[in-house]
Write a protein that binds this ligand. Structure first.
Ligand SMILES: Cc1cc2nc3c(=O)[nH]c(=O)nc-3n(C[C@H](O)[C@H](O)[C@H](O)COP(=O)(O)OP(=O)(O)OC[C@H]3O[C@@H](n4cnc5c(N)ncnc54)[C@H](O)[C@@H]3O)c2cc1C
Length: 383
């Protein structure tokens, strides 16, 4: 499916070269260390990879969604889900809250540093008590003069331990059942704010080089001008940015699956069993054919939803289908690619082992498969 132009191809070559030369050689070291080094952010800023769609006056490139698609496909080809996820959070899940709803002075103050990679961002919505039910947020922000006083905690926050700026969802109104979607607001919080604590960094099954943290806020005073958008519309803003986040998750899933299948094809062509390469056995050939077909289906669904979204059309159903289908697809690909590697597929020294652990997150993070089915069903059947 050809949707990219020549300038996208040139951009792809830049990102691919950066990923191959500067990211891929370090992936195992960063997995073992459990973190990504700080230098990647200013380096990506220097290459113009952060904020590609943001206006040039804020340090962005003023490019289109297809450019963003290329960025995320190439980051996911790195064989590091952690790297791809950390970039995706910074560029397309956290900072859009500022770009879309921040006041002009806030944008001017923070966006250039975000685009240069000097300030890393995180998005803090999920709480220890639950993530799927966003309207159930309990973190409170109470207005006190020209500040809001925030108390509460957030769970599973990507880039949480290292981010300089956190986009935080908090309840500004004690919501009763009927108004629970209406009392939530988004805030821009600087990590240096007194009362902001990284309670702990979490030990994970996969995505091990990405930092995932629990955050807590105790009488944290956030300037009132750091409120993003109108008070009380935060739930709808979270849902709006979720559409972008879920498209990025789909792009990651397809590109990760693509890379793993490439690795697996090389492996089965090399590996000998019963007097010939594995790739000669019909069962293996059919399995590879099935996986390639699934990946192409995922790509077609994702590209179609991206184009619809880019055209400004309502794409909630399509985006949810992308998130659901590609997350399940990449896990099927992961299972089969490990199987085709035999015992080596279970060994840390083979990237396919990391791929299987990284892929597992995709049916959970950014909206679970069950929640995606609920959203799709709602668009078909109503409430
Ligand atoms: C590595 C990692 C990184 C993350 N990064 C971020 C981040 O940067 N920022 C952020 O805010 N969050 C982040 N999350 C949180 C993530 O979005 C949530 O984990 C996810 O939304 C699910 O919420 P939960 O874990 O509380 O599960 P729950 O909501 O408790 O759900 C548990 C299970 O119940 C199912 N379930 C829940 N409600 C229903 C229902 N109505 N019908 C049927 N089944 C249901 C779910 O599908 C799931 O299978 C991250 C999570 C992980 C693991």
């Amino acid at each position: 499916m050809r949707i990219f132009g020549e300038h996208h191809d040139l951009f792809r070559a830049t990102v691919r070269s950066f990923v191959e030369k500067e990211i891929a050689p370090h992936v195992e070291e960063w997995e073992a260390a459990g973190r990504l080094p700080r230098w990647i952010w200013p380096r990506m800023g220097e290459l113009g990879l952060l904020g590609v769609e943001y206006d040039e006056k804020y340090g962005g490139a003023g490019a289109d969604l297809l450019t963003t698609m290329v960025l995320h496909e190439e980051c996911a080809r790195s064989r590091s889900g952690s790297f791809a996820m950390a970039v995706g959070v910074h560029t397309d899940m956290a900072s859009p809250h500022l770009y879309w709803t921040g006041s002009e002075p806030l944008r001017e103050k923070y966006l250039p540093a975000i685009c240069r990679g000097e300030k890393l961002t995180a998005i803090a919505v999920t709480e220890p008590g639950g993530g799927s039910d966003v309207a159930a947020i309990r973190t409170r922000a109470v207005r006190d003069g020209d500040h809001y006083v925030v108390n509460g905690s957030k769970m599973f926050i990507t880039n949480g331990a290292t981010a300089d700026l956190v986009f935080l969802a908090a309840r500004v109104e004690a919501g009763d059942e009927r108004r629970r979607h209406r009392g939530i607001s988004m805030f821009l919080v600087e990590r240096e704010t007194p009362g902001f604590t990284v309670s702990r960094t979490l030990d994970k099954m996969g995505m091990r080089a990405s930092d995932t943290a629990e955050l807590s806020f105790q009488d944290m005073r956030v300037p009132a001008e750091h409120l993003l958008g109108r008070e009380g519309v935060g739930f709808y803003e979270v849902m709006r940015v979720f559409q972008r986040e879920r498209l990025v998750a789909g792009l990651h899933a397809v590109a990760m699956a693509d890379r793993a299948l490439e690795d697996t094809i090389a492996y089965v062509q090399e590996r000998q069993a019963f007097g010939g390469p594995l790739s000669d056995k019909q069962v293996v050939r059919h399995r590879v054919a099935d996986l390639a077909t699934l990946i192409e289906a995922g790509r077609a669904l994702t590209y179609a939803a991206c184009l619809r979204y880019a055209a400004g059309e309502d794409a909630v159903r399509e985006v949810s289908m992308v998130k659901l289908f590609t997350a399940e697809m990449v896990n099927r690909v992961a299972y089969d690619c490990v199987q085709l590697h035999g015992g080596y597929g279970y060994m840390r020294e083979y990237p396919v082992e990391r791929f299987a652990r990284d892929a597992r997150l995709l049916t959970i993070g950014g909206g679970t498969s069950e929640i995606m089915k609920d959203v799709i069903a709602r668009t078909l059947l109503g409430r």
